[in-house]
Design a protein around this ligand. Structure first.
Ligand code: TEU
Length: 563
């Protein structure tokens, strides 16, 4: 694949930085982050070199799910600031050449939204058909579909004796996309932000919007197969894309939790009829044995490589993927797949290189660029996330799992692992706020923080800066094809990228023991050089076919000829 339209496809060489505003920077004395806090850090982001910010929801919301429960799509949550603050953020980001991507959550609204408030208890409300209502079956829930946050996906409206659907929290009611008026509302909402000059949109759980309309009971699972990549999802996306995304030239990324490659080839097809790119989460389920998240487990390294191979090969020339390890729903990658003790810096860099050298658009989640870790909370009261607290209640109080075991599971799996306040400096509350933050700061902030990272030329920060810069300069990173060189190797993740002029080889040792390999036959080592490494002495060395990799070492080799 070549860069056919670098003008409109700016995002093919770009890196996006994700901000979770509640935990990024508090400009006041509230203990929660806000928009002015973000503005105060734009120069830091500019120094990192990112091209765009993805801002998770800042709209009016009761914050049951930290903003993914929206009660007014046209207003800013006062906790974060005002519309004037937002306009200033957009303007100041643009002044620095940074684009802004908003989060659009339209699979569901908050039950506090005036549409739902009108619909609740009134079958004749003009908004009743905005949501999904069903009569009881045998005096109970309409089917066995489960909420992603635990329990049934149905909640009863006592006044009308009908149930409404909520695939997430009870306070997040699913919208009825079959209703064309709902789709018009969605277009109006997105157009409002596009008119303001917002550059793009991240679409929350967008592959769940079309439900199979007979709402069958799922005798094989929790119902997800009846609404994941559902019957009309492509039609709906094309409709929104034509009316809004194509009109405004917006970049779009669809969040697709468990999707398939075949669907993603369509969602992100290069004709631009649906979305620019997709997030899928398959590579982040390698520590969910048999699909079970709520258990402590090591990760399956061979499966991880297979998944990347499947997606990298399958999207090349057909679609476009987002590259990422971290977001506000995932534990910190250095704690999860790396080593957050002795080899924290090496492993954070190695993990970064192993996805940044692939094809796609990388997303860096706040704090990832300084190698932030899971906090290792020891008390249940330290967790605030609705999913974590619900699951604690279900597992401990309903299923009898011992408290200590559940605490160990949460320390590995909770979404709050990534939501701890950003560590800015070694002072009080890590410089995030001047008062106690809403969620406890990780206790390692005195040595892991942005100020330290910016002062240290060998920090994780400067490694990310180089990765971001290399993507803009070395074409094969963007357009090369993908080959897994050692799919069966128990410790090395080694792949090759190739276009008509260059070959790039990325070798990554995922473990703390030294390991070795030989470069593939035919690799022209005489014209090869090390482009990047995470051990200081590497880049001046000559490339040999026999490679010995130190603990968590990454080596990126560039050969100025095709293979
Ligand atoms: O997440 C959707 C999603 O499927 C997850 O990553 C989810 O957090 C995980 O399945 C839980 O185990 C999106 C948002 O990113 C998340 O923060 C919201 O809670 C969710 O949608 C609902 O809007």
């Amino acid at each position: 694949m070549t860069l056919t339209n670098p003008q409109t496809d700016w995002w093919k060489t770009a890196t996006v930085y994700q901000i979770y505003p509640k935990s990024f920077c508090d400009s006041g004395h509230k203990g929660t982050g806000d928009i002015q806090g973000i503005i105060s850090k734009l120069d830091y982001l500019k120094m990192l070199g990112i091209d765009a910010i993805w801002l998770t929801p800042v709209y009016q919301s009761p914050m049951v799910d930290n903003g993914y429960d929206i009660s007014d799509y046209y207003a800013i949550n006062p906790e974060f600031g005002t519309m004037a603050d937002f306009d200033q953020l957009l303007q100041e980001a643009h002044q620095r050449g940074i684009r802004l991507i908003m989060d659009i959550v339209v699979n569901h609204t908050s039950t506090a939204h005036h549409w739902f408030q009108s619909a609740l208890g009134d079958k004749n409300s003009p908004y009743r058909d905005y949501y999904v209502w069903k009569d009881p079956v045998n005096g109970g829930v309409p089917n066995n579909w489960q909420s992603k946050f635990g329990g049934s996906a149905w909640a009863l409206d006592e006044q009308t004796e009908q149930y409404y659907l909520h695939l997430f929290a009870t306070e997040q009611a699913d919208l009825n996309w079959e209703n064309p008026v709902v789709r018009r509302e969605v277009k109006d909402i997105i157009s409002f932000w596009a008119e303001k000059g917002v550059d793009g949109f991240r679409l929350d759980v967008i592959n769940l919007i079309s439900k199979q309309q007979d709402f069958p009971n799922d005798d094989q699972g929790d119902g997800r197969r009846f609404y994941t990549d559902g019957p009309r999802v492509h039609e709906y996306l094309q409709e929104i894309s034509e009316a809004v995304f194509q009109k405004y030239g917006s970049v779009t990324v669809g969040e697709m939790s468990s999707t398939t490659l075949e669907h993603c080839q369509r969602y992100s097809s290069l004709d631009g009829k649906e979305l620019s790119m997709v997030f899928n989460f398959h590579h982040l389920k390698v520590d969910y044995p048999n699909g079970e998240k709520w258990t402590q487990a090591p990760f399956d390294f061979l499966q991880l490589k297979q998944i990347f191979n499947h997606w990298q090969s399958g999207l090349n020339g057909k679609g476009w993927g987002a590259l990422f390890w971290c977001n506000h729903d995932q534990p910190r990658v250095v704690s999860r797949l790396g080593n957050d003790g002795r080899y924290r810096v090496e492993s954070a860099k190695m993990l970064a290189a192993s996805v940044h050298m692939m094809q796609g658009t990388p997303y860096v989640y706040q704090g990832e660029e300084i190698g932030m870790t899971n906090p290792g909370y020891e008390r249940i009261e330290q967790y605030h996330d609705v999913e974590s607290t619900n699951m604690y209640d279900i597992m401990v109080n309903q299923h009898g799992v011992p408290h200590a075991k559940m605490m160990a599971i949460l320390a590995q799996k909770s979404r709050d692992n990534s939501r701890t306040p950003m560590q800015w400096h070694a002072g009080d509350y890590a410089g995030f706020s001047q008062v106690a933050p809403w969620l406890d700061v990780a206790s390692n902030y005195q040595h892991i923080n942005a100020e330290q990272a910016v002062q240290d030329p060998n920090s994780v920060f400067y490694f990310y800066q180089r990765l971001i810069e290399l993507r803009k300069r070395v074409a094969v990173i963007t357009d090369g094809d993908y080959t897994d060189l050692l799919p069966e190797h128990p410790a090395l993740f080694a792949y090759r990228r190739c276009n008509s002029q260059q070959t790039l080889i990325c070798l990554n040792n995922y473990y703390a023991e030294e390991t070795e390999c030989v470069l593939p036959e035919g690799s022209d080592v005489s014209s090869a050089r090390y482009l990047l490494g995470n051990y200081a002495d590497l880049e001046a060395q000559t490339v040999h076919a026999h490679q010995v990799l130190r603990p968590y070492e990454t080596r990126v080799i560039l050969i100025e000829s095709p293979l």
